[in-house]
Write a protein that binds this ligand. Structure first.
Ligand code: PGA
Length: 251
């Protein structure tokens, strides 16, 4: 399976700066057998697309989408609107949205399903908090988040991605030990197998996120069951993200 690396700018780089990042990143020497995407703020999609032109690397991703295709939903953006920019992936359920904006498993599930219907690959973010770790409920929390999302997916054939992002590791400089990430990925893969079948589970992409940088990416992508990474802080500098991509796949 090809490794997938997604840069997550979070709330950085408006339209004035987005094009510069894309142009600088395109100047990086990039491995051919990696899938690379960049998740930009909605308002920067047009600028990022304009700088990309017809180029397909990096693929464009969005950071959120609403579950309806149009209607009276002030402030929201629909999957079909994202499609107009050629968006291929869209994050849903990032922990910052779950924790700061009250997104529930049910909302995340509806968003993931709507994206699939529109032909955009949902990148469903799941992960435990530090409090969950203390209470020994990591597996329980992960299973609940994953099965809620899986329940809404059309079938096992339409692509989807899970991103395992332990909340305590995001932006903290405390990467999750690869062995622990491996265990979490196994829990997610088992849930996929239960919902669909082992073929779907084997082919499902599950990526890791949380303090990934150019120094530790190699450890993650060489860990069984870790199919890539979602990268926040270390993606803000296009040259650092370029180096991270080369380190993930030195071939
Ligand atoms: P980080 O963020 O790489 O800065 O820890 C990852 C994420 O939240 O997607």
């Amino acid at each position: 399976m090809r490794t997938l690396l997604i840069a997550n700018w979070k709330m950085h780089y408006g339209p004035m700066k987005a094009g510069g990042w894309v142009r600088a990143f395109r100047r990086e020497r990039l491995p051919k057998d990696l899938d690379i995407a960049v998740a930009v703020p909605h308002v920067s999609l047009a600028a990022a697309r304009a700088s990309l032109g017809r180029a397909s690397i990096p693929a464009l991703a969005a950071q959120d989408a609403f579950w309806s295709s149009e209607g009276a939903f002030t402030g929201e953006i629909s999957p079909s609107m994202l499609l107009e920019f050629g968006v291929q992936y869209c994050l849903v359920g990032h922990s910052e949205r779950r924790l700061l904006l009250g997104e529930t498993d049910e909302m995340v599930a509806r968003k993931a399903a709507a994206l699939q219907v529109a032909g955009i690959i949902p990148v469903i973010c799941v992960g435990e908090t530090e409090a969950n770790v203390k209470k020994g409920e990591v597996a329980k929390v992960l299973r609940a988040q994953v099965s809620a999302a899986l329940a809404s997916l059309k079938d096992g054939k339409t692509p989807f991605v899970f991103a395992y992002e332990p909340v305590w590791s995001i932006g903290s400089g405390k990467p999750c030990p690869p062995q622990k990430a491996k265990e979490a990925h196994e829990i997610i893969r088992t849930a996929i197998q239960k919902k669909f079948n082992s073929g779907v589970a084997e082919n499902a992409r599950i990526i890791y996120g949380g303090s990934v940088d150019a120094n530790n990416i190699a450890e993650y992508v060489s860990t069984t069951g870790v199919n890539g990474a979602l990268v926040g802080g270390a993606s803000l500098d296009p040259r650092v993200f370029g180096l991270l991509c080369r380190t993930a796949n030195p071939a």
